[in-house]
Write a protein that binds this ligand. Structure first.
Ligand SMILES: Nc1ncnc2c1ncn2[C@@H]1O[C@H](COP(=O)(O)OP(=O)(O)O)[C@@H](O)[C@H]1O
Ligand SMILES: [Mg+2]
Length: 419
């Protein structure tokens, strides 16, 4: 149980940690990409401003001064284009020259050609004599370098996340183990307390029972009302004995997972139980049917397995009305033994199906403890099944009936030692 909790804790911790790392890495990448694009835009703007001051409006045409040597200014992955106010290209320089139509509306703009991603900045050229716009200059640069830098950043961030996750996974295993240790210890102490208390209660209960039984041996010396009181004491002491036995069994069964020590004949256990409960079924006019395969063996504890199936059969007979049917089937499927206890009883509501295996849970809370079981029967059955490496599941429909299926790992007849 604690191993499962530990893994769940570790998984939740790693999920939260991974989400934080991924959000952090995405934020860093976004900021870094923005800052690089900003720097590049500033550089292109400075270049564009230089190019703009070297253009003049002469004889109704835009002219770039002849002493302006563009090649010394621009990089191999940059390009410059001058346009007149109508958007007609006047001159272009550099390697990255765009064939796209001119439009000053979006600025700066990024777009992709077949091979490259390009960033372009458009600047107006202001006439020195009248201060009016006489044309435009468009500076472009391929984003190859920026993309390379971002790819490197992605690798660094990705590998850092993986390393951080591996390290935090290892430390998480140690931390969850340390965090769970006090809880595990106190749970063990609580179980030990339950086992000790139940054990200690046995003797006083036995004393109450035997004293009341002795008194009841001579009813003629007692008033009738006193006899009834002593009978009630015996009945209450019997119920309490059963409850303490149940608690003891639960505490010991959970503590002791080493129950699979000898080979047990499940077919024999089930047949014995069927004979035991047949009279009760007859008295209640319940059709008690069975179909049990022979020679089904498993490694386990015969006493505990008897208790498991007794609990299921008791429930089936208890919660089925007169005229109903209870059917027990058992067969082996590959390496498992499958036992089904099916009834046509009251059924269990879907929202209660998980709860029935909890300790002290009962659908009918109004029924007093003394009128039925303790609500521990199915908790005990489930613990025993799990201790034997198996499981118990339930399908049920209110008003139609229930079916409890127990799956237990089998042993081959040839492998078994005698039971
Ligand atoms: N075969 C069944 N049909 C209908 N309800 C059932 C059946 N078996 C168990 N239940 C429900 O599950 C509850 C828990 O069962 P169990 O642990 O055996 O406790 P108990 O029988 O002592 O009440 C029962 O009180 C009952 O409400
Ligand atoms: Mg029961």
């Amino acid at each position: 149980m604690f191993t499962k909790i530990r893994w769940r804790l570790l998984l939740s911790y790693l999920t939260v940690f991974t989400s934080i790392l991924v959000i952090f890495a995405a934020g860093v990448r976004l900021l870094f990409a923005r800052s690089l694009t900003h720097q590049l835009t500033d550089r292109l703007t400075a270049l564009g401003q230089g190019a703009a001051t070297n253009a003049e409006f002469e004889n109704g045409r835009l002219k770039v001064e002849s002493d302006f040597i563009v090649q010394q200014l621009i990089h191999k992955n940059q390009g410059l284009q001058w346009f007149d106010t109508n958007g007609n290209s006047v001159l272009q320089q550099g390697n990255i020259v765009l064939n796209l139509p001119f439009s000053p509306s979006i600025n700066p703009m990024q777009f992709k050609t077949e091979k490259l991603s390009i960033l372009a900045v458009i600047l107006p050229i202001i006439g020195s004599d009248n201060g009016k716009i006489i044309g435009y200059v468009r500076v472009s640069q391929s984003l190859e370098e920026l993309d390379e830098t971002l790819t490197k950043l992605d690798w660094v961030l990705g590998s850092s996340i993986i390393i951080a996750l591996i390290l935090s996974g290892f430390s998480g295993v140690i931390l969850t183990r340390q965090a769970m240790q006090p809880i595990e210890e106190s749970f063990q102490r609580l179980k030990q307390f339950t086992a000790d208390a139940s054990h200690e209660l046995r003797s006083p209960l036995m004393a109450i029972k035997s004293n009341a039984a002795v008194a009841l041996k001579y009813p003629e010396q007692m008033r009738k009302s006193d006899t009834e009181k002593f009978q009630a004491i015996v009945s209450a002491a019997n119920q309490m004995t059963r409850l303490t036995e149940d608690l003891l069994l639960l505490a010991r069964a959970e503590k002791n997972c080493e129950v699979r020590e000898s080979s047990v004949n499940l077919s024999a256990i089930l047949s014995d139980l069927l004979s035991l409960y047949q009279p009760e079924a007859c008295a209640k006019k319940i059709d008690f049917k069975s179909e049990i395969d022979g020679d089904m063996y498993l490694l386990g504890n015969a006493g505990q397995l008897t208790r498991l199936f007794a609990n299921l059969m008791e429930n089936a007979l208890h919660y089925t009305l007169s005229g109903g049917t209870v059917e027990v089937t058992a067969n082996s499927v590959s390496s498992y033994l499958i036992v089904r206890v099916r009834d046509t009883g009251a059924g269990i509501a879907p929202e209660h199906i998980k709860l029935v295996f909890e300790r002290f849970w009962r659908a009918d809370k109004s029924r007093s403890y003394w009128a039925g079981g303790s609500g521990l029967g199915l908790a005990i059955a489930q613990t025993i099944a799990q201790n034997h490496g198996g499981s118990i599941t339930l399908t049920s429909q209110v008003g139609v009936g229930s079916c409890f299926t127990v799956r237990l790992p089998s042993v081959k007849v040839s492998d078994r030692s005698e039971y």
